[in-house]
Design a protein around this ligand. Structure first.
Ligand SMILES: *Cc1c(COP(=O)(O)O)cnc(C)c1O
Length: 396
């Protein structure tokens, strides 16, 4: 039996990128692609951003890693900036989204433990959710394709329909720790929480002493035109997992919490060898510098509006193929009447457009946040040309 050196868990496509420049990627064979996938909402500043690459290069030459045995001026500085800009009082840095979710789950359980209620360990989560690939994170989703063959999973999760407030409230019992929810489901197909749903979960948490844990790994960090997606809803979480855009391509994540929610996270309760090392902090600082620049989030919101209206204009011309536009800001999804994975492949191979397919036959459109009008024009022209000639497979 032949087994590739690189464990074959990803159905990789034929594009083999070797270089990036702004909103463009270049393959091994020199082909240029318009990158509206952005490494799955990671390359917020595009490729080769001068501020980010210089910050990483300078820090790499100064001090890369020391471990969390020592004081961290770099971590304290970035954490303070995040605290100043959000609901949170405290931050734990991780290397990925799944680890940020793990820290969020542990923080929620530990809150109830610290309050003398260790039986309150159960998080209510939602159908089609995606929280990452660790055993904890796959236990928090009900999707068989991620869970099959990995049982026994972590106990302490209950699942119900996304955007069904009554169903979620009906699951609350003596063991409930809180809710774990994405404001906009990324992998799940860009289902967007209704205000009633998210505000209702917040209200229930306040009434029952529960933790509202948001997974903003994909929707956060400017992606929707606000710093965090929950700002659209006028609520704040108790605990929040963040990653993807936060490092602009450098592996970085964070778990943010209020002082009350984090009260159980004392010395020795959690840790990470790499988490928050000086190199990661330099990347995080450089990304945050751009994000919090005056007018940057307004730029994202404006580009999001423009891209959405362009996509909406296209639907009537291609109504055999497209049904609706979903999402917020530059986290958009185009829902198809046919298999989205095949169409994403067609856009990539025949039109050099990079997008990402998601659940429910949605094409995810996740450009770098630094795009301008010209990229939107190029994208919509090529998408429209592709849609005109695309022939869905008979069995799609
Ligand atoms: C990508 C993602 C994760 C997992 O992040 P990794 O960095 O792959 O571990 C978790 N939650 C959401 C909502 C995501 O989009």
């Amino acid at each position: 039996m032949s087994m590739p050196a690189l464990m074959p868990v990803y159905p990789r496509c034929g594009v083999r990128p070797v270089r990036g420049e702004g909103v463009y990627l270049y393959g091994e064979d020199g082909t240029r692609y318009l990158d509206f996938a952005a490494g799955i909402a990671v390359n917020a500043l595009g490729h080769g951003h001068p501020g980010l690459t210089k910050a990483i290069a300078d820090q790499a030459a100064t001090l890369m890693h020391v471990s969390n045995l020592y004081g961290s001026p770099q971590g304290e500085h970035l954490a303070q900036r995040l605290v100043d800009a959000t609901f949170a009082d405290t931050v734990f840095f991780t290397n990925s989204g799944a680890e940020a979710v793990e820290c969020a789950i542990k923080t929620a359980r530990r809150y109830h433990f610290a309050n003398g209620n260790p039986q309150r360990h159960k998080l209510i989560t939602f159908r089609n959710a995606f929280h990452g690939r660790t055993l904890g994170a796959i236990s928090a989703t009900d999707q068989p394709k991620m869970r099959d063959g990995f049982e026994p999973l972590l106990p302490g999760f209950a699942y119900t329909a996304f955007n069904d407030l009554d169903a979620a409230l009906a699951l609350i019992d003596d063991e409930t720790a809180g809710f774990l929810v994405e404001p906009i489901q990324g992998e799940g197909g860009l289902a967007t929480a209704t205000p009633e749903f998210l505000q209702g979960l917040r209200k229930a948490c306040d009434a029952h002493g529960l933790m509202l844990v948001l997974d903003e790994v994909q929707a956060g960090y400017g992606r929707t035109g606000k710093f965090f997606a929950h700002e659209h809803y006028g609520i704040t979480p108790d605990i929040m997992a963040v990653a993807k855009g936060i490092g602009g391509g450098f592996p970085l994540g964070a778990c943010l919490a209020t002082a009350e929610a984090a009260k159980g996270m004392v010395f020795g309760t959690h840790g990470s060898t790499y988490g928050g090392n000086p190199l990661a902090m330099a990347a995080g600082e450089a990304v945050l510098d751009v994000l919090l620049e005056d007018g940057f989030l307004d730029h994202v919101a404006a580009m999001g509006e423009r891209l959405r209206s362009r996509l909406e204009q296209m639907i009537p011309n291609h109504d055999h193929l497209f049904t609706e536009v979903r999402g917020k800001g530059l986290m958009l999804g185009l829902k198809l009447k046919t298999d989205s994975r095949r169409f994403v492949g067609f856009l990539r191979d025949e039109h050099q457009l990079l997008t990402v397919s998601a659940g429910e036959n949605v094409v995810r459109v996740l450009p770098p946040l630094v795009i301008d009008e010209s990229h939107i024009e190029e994208f919509t022209q090529k998408l429209s040309a592709a849609a005109r000639v695309y022939v869905p497979a008979a069995d799609d």
